[in-house]
Design a protein around this ligand. Structure first.
Ligand code: SAH
Length: 228
């Protein structure tokens, strides 16, 4: 089963949105598991300090290598084969392909940074893989971890109603999804495209494909293969 262990200074942020709707129902049904570990449990001294000022000067604070390593060591065994991810704007961007890949595996260990980030040495020494959810800076890794887990959990077998309800979606075939419509058939003088009501499945598939290609060309040409 997909099992997520999250190391964080804010365990109360979990399950948060992951406890609702699709991921929440799946959690309740035991299709995946989530545990949180408070990094502060390994904090130092009376105040359980976890951070200190950056070597070389500069603003903010950095999570200490010894504290984060102690938290990882206390909570994980040597046999734990799950990928060890560190949420980080410097990481390789998360993709749908990676989320699908992770969702087929044993789960993930996710470390959430805070402040200016974490001491570089613990990233190296504990083999953490940095992973980003986009080119912007959040105040902490928790929301990024929730994004990552949500993307993975919906792809776990049995979580979505129909297995095929994932395969048509944006990014799954290298294209953005085609426009969707539902009832009412006419709404504010806007009709559903006739072809979708024709019952001709081959024509519908061709229309959707063309729409996907048009939207991808207009909005995300970077997703298309380079022209020869
Ligand atoms: N000083 C760092 C940013 C620290 S933001 C830098 O310039 O790279 C604080 C924490 O928020 C990070 O340690 C990371 O865990 C999380 N975070 C911020 N933006 C993120 C993003 N785009 N993707 C994933 N995690 C992010």
């Amino acid at each position: 089963m997909f099992s997520a262990s999250v190391l964080t200074l804010y365990p109360d942020m979990f399950p948060g949105p992951l406890g609702q709707s699709l991921s929440g129902d799946a959690l309740a049904r035991g299709l995946w598991a989530l545990e949180t570990r408070d990094i502060r449990e390994q904090g130092l001294g009376r105040h359980r300090a976890v951070d200190d000022t950056p070597a070389g000067g500069g603003p903010g604070m950095v999570i200490r290598a010894d504290v984060l390593a102690a938290s990882l060591d206390a909570n994980l065994t040597a046999e734990d084969a799950r990928p060890r991810l560190l949420m980080s704007p410097r990481g390789r961007p998360l993709t749908q392909a990676r989320a699908r890949d992770l969702s087929q595996g044993p789960g993930v260990i996710v470390v959430c940074g805070r402040f200016e980030g974490v001491d570089e040495r613990v990233i190296e020494a504990r083999g953490l893989e940095e992973i980003s959810i986009g080119d912007y800076v959040l105040s902490g890794g928790e929301i990024a971890a929730i994004v990552l887990l949500d993307a993975c959990v919906r792809l776990i077998p049995g979580v979505m109603g129909k297995t095929e309800s994932g395969s048509d979606e944006s990014f799954e075939n290298g294209l953005l999804e085609y426009p969707q419509y539902t009832r009412p058939r006419d709404w504010e003088n806007r009709a559903i495209p006739d072809i979708l009501l024709s019952g001709d499945h081959a024509k519908i598939a061709a229309w959707r494909r063309a729409q996907s290609e048009r939207l991808t060309r207009e909005r995300r040409p970077d997703l298309l293969p380079p022209k020869a």
